[in-house]
Write a protein that binds this ligand. Structure first.
Ligand SMILES: [Zn+2]
Length: 87
């Protein structure tokens, strides 16, 4: 029995019976968060593992970079505290 922890939600992914854990190279859907994973199994062990589509709300690297850019923009936009002009 092969157990795979979902990269997206961290829960254990149940491997359907039709998947031969001794020789499988294909996609797998996490029942917990519906993320689409690509796994390669051989002799009951995980050889490769990657997230194809993350539905858990965890960001992919592209999204992380995008968020970093957004954060920079916000900082630029931030107004400087202005003092009252004396008169
Ligand atoms: Zn998951």
């Amino acid at each position: 029995m092969v157990n795979i922890d979902c990269f997206a939600c961290g829960k254990t992914v149940k491997i359907p019976k039709f998947i031969d854990t001794n020789n499988y190279d294909g996609q797998l859907v996490c029942q917990e968060c519906n993320s689409l994973l690509h796994v390669k199994l051989a002799k009951g062990k995980v050889q490769k593992y990657k997230i194809v589509e993350n539905k858990h709300g965890v960001k992919t690297w592209a999204d992380v970079l995008e968020m970093a850019k957004e954060a920079e923009k916000r900082q630029e936009k931030e107004e400087r505290p202005g003092g009252t002009s004396g008169g």
